[in-house]
Design a protein around this ligand. Structure first.
Ligand SMILES: Cc1cc2nc3c(=O)[nH]c(=O)nc-3n(C[C@H](O)[C@H](O)[C@H](O)COP(=O)(O)OP(=O)(O)OC[C@H]3O[C@@H](n4cnc5c(N)ncnc54)[C@H](O)[C@@H]3O)c2cc1C
Length: 293
C-alpha cells in the first residue's frame, strides 16, 4: 500500500469513535446506567483532547519551528539540509530520527539525524531524493521555515550501551545516515569497543555519499569497507554485495561474536539478516532500521 493511501486510511479511523458515540447515545441502551454514561463521556473527552493535540501539531502550531540555514548537494541524488531552531533548542540523541513537516497540514516524513550540535541545537539531515516530499524539500530556499517533531527511536541504542564490544555496521546507500552520528559519538572518546566495522554498500562511486568524511575519521579500532555492486571503472574497493563471505575477509572472530546494525534497502537488509542467522548469529544480535514501509 502506498504511504499516502495508508495515511488517509489512518486519518479516517478518527471518525470511528464519534460515530460510535452518536450511535450509542441515539439508539444504545447502555446510557441508562450513570456509571457507563460517565465512563463513555470521560473516554470521549480524552479523545477530544488527543484530537486537539494532534490537530495543533498538524497545523504546525505545536511542534518546533526550525529555519533552513543551508541546503547543499552531495551528489545528483543526495543533499544535506542544515536546520537551526527558532525558539526552543531540542535535545536529540545520536541515532534518533525526527518527523519533518514543510507546511501546516502537510505531510510529516521521518529522517535520521546526521549531526546535532548540543550548544546551538542545530541539526543536519542527509536526504536522498526519491519522491514528492524529498524533491519539494530540496526546492526550499535558505531562510524557509519547517516544523519538526523530535526525536524518535534510537536504532543504534544497543550499540551505545552494548556489553558486546564488537560491532558491525552495514549501510546501504542513504542508510548511512544513522551511523554518521554514531561514529561521531565514538570518535569523541566514547570508544571502549574492541572492534568496529562499517561495511558501506553503494551502486557505484558516483552514488556514494560521505566517503570523504568516513575516510577522514581517525578512530583506531574502526575499519571502513566500501563495497560497489555496479562500478564499471577499476577501483581498490570491494566489488559486489555485502554478505557473510565478504565480512569474513575482515572480521577477526567468527560472525557469531559480533552485534550487527543494518540500515539500507529492504531486500539488502532481509537477505543479509538471513545470511547472518544461517551463519550462527543470534537474531537478538541483529538490529535493522527500516527507511520506509
Ligand atoms: C526511521 C526512518 C528514518 C529515515 N531516515 C532517512 C534519512 O536519513 N535520509 C533519507 O533520505 N531518508 C530517510 N528515510 C526515508 C524517508 O522518510 C523517505 O525516503 C521519504 O519520506 C520519502 O518521501 P517522498 O515523498 O520523497 O517519496 P515517496 O515516493 O512518497 O516515497 C518513497 C518511499 O519512501 C517511504 N515513505 C514515504 N513517505 C514516508 C513517510 N512519511 N514515512 C515513512 N516512509 C515513507 C515509502 O516506503 C515509499 O515507498 C527514513 C525513514 C524512516 C522510517
Amino acid at each position: 500500500m502506498s504511504y499516502r493511501i495508508w495515511r488517509i486510511s489512518h486519518l479516517l479511523t478518527y471518525l470511528v469513535f464519534p460515530i460510535t458515540l452518536i450511535h450509542t447515545i441515539k439508539i444504545g441502551t447502555y446510557f441508562s446506567s450513570i456509571f457507563i454514561s460517565t465512563y463513555i463521556y470521560v473516554i470521549f473527552s480524552l479523545f477530544i483532547l488527543i484530537v486537539l493535540y494532534k490537530f495543533l501539531h498538524f497545523a504546525s502550531i505545536l511542534g518546533n519551528r526550525y529555519v533552513i540555514t543551508k541546503i547543499e548537494d552531495i551528489n545528483s541524488e543526495i543533499y544535506l539540509v542544515h536546520l537551526k531552531p527558532t525558539i526552543k533548542k531540542i535535545k536529540i540523541k545520536g541515532g534518533q530520527f525526527i518527523q519533518l513537516r514543510l507546511n501546516p497540514f502537510g505531510e510529516s516524513h521521518p529522517f535520521s539525524v546526521l549531526d546535532f550540535d548540543e550548544t546551538t541545537g542545530e541539526i543536519a539531515l542527509g536526504i536522498k531524493k526519491v519522491g514528492k516530499f524529498t524533491n519539494q524539500l530540496k526546492q526550499l530556499k535558505e531562510g524557509s521555515f519547517v516544523n519538526i517533531d523530535v526525536g524518535y527511536g534510537v536504532f543504534t541504542k544497543e550499540a551505545y550501551n552494548t556489553q558486546n564490544k564488537r560491532i558491525v555496521l552495514v549501510a546501504g546507500g542513504i542508510g548511512i545516515t544513522p551511523f554518521i552520528s554514531y561514529l561521531k559519538y565514538i570518535s569523541q572518546a566514547h570508544n571502549n569497543y574492541e572492534e568496529v566495522f562499517l561495511f558501506f554498500a553503494n551502486r557505484n562511486l558516483s552514488s556514494i555519499s560521505f566517503m570523504e568524511y568516513l575516510n577522514s575519521l581517525s578512530i583506531p579500532n574502526l575499519k571502513v569497507v566500501f563495497c560497489f555492486s555496479d562500478e564499471e571503472n577499476d577501483h581498490p574497493y570491494e566489488k559486489g554485495r555485502v554478505n557473510v563471505i565478504l565480512m569474513n575477509k575482515y572480521l577477526s572472530y567468527s560472525t557469531s561474536n559480533y552485534q550487527y546494525y543494518i540500515c539500507g534497502p529492504e531486500g539488502m537488509m532481509n537477505s543479509l539478516a538471513k545470511d547472518l542467522e544461517l551463519n550462527g548469529v543470534d537474531k537478538a544480535n541483529i538490529f535493522k532500521e527500516e527507511f520506509g514501509w
